[in-house]
Design a protein around this ligand. Structure first.
Ligand SMILES: [Zn+2]
Length: 124
């Protein structure tokens, strides 16, 4: 709802933003001033809504990021090498298969030795 107060504020804001625009505004017919003012008023309303939504979105993004971090942490703890049972933070690298099986860099290295005939496959 447009009041004289909001009208005055909008015109003042416009004048502050650009004096040339304000001078042109002053030359308009009253009916067109009213149209322009209600347009500007709607624009200000939309900007306020936009700011509220941006704030809300920022809060949601932070919440989602926190939830994701917790989930990733939980998953990180659950991931262990399917061969030696070591946790992700106990080895340098861990590769996971689409099936959910995982293998650590140490077991990959042992496999390499086995294939090359340098080890018998028993973990020391
Ligand atoms: Zn392993």
């Amino acid at each position: 709802m447009q009041t004289d107060e909001t009208r005055r504020i909008i015109v003042d804001q416009t004048a502050a933003a650009d004096e040339t625009v304000y001078m042109r505004y002053k030359t308009l017919k009253e009916v067109n001033k009213a149209k322009l003012t209600s347009y500007l008023e709607r624009l200000v309303e939309l900007q306020q809504v936009e700011e509220e939504l941006a704030d809300d979105l920022e809060v949601r993004r932070k919440k989602h990021a926190e939830a994701m971090n917790e989930a990733i942490e939980a998953l990180g703890d659950a991931v262990t090498c399917s061969f030696c049972g070591k946790k992700r933070d106990e080895v340098k690298h861990m590769v996971s298969a689409p099936s959910g099986a995982c293998i650590c860099d140490e077991c990959v290295s042992l496999c390499r030795d086995i294939f090359a005939g340098r080890a018998d496959g028993r973990n020391e």
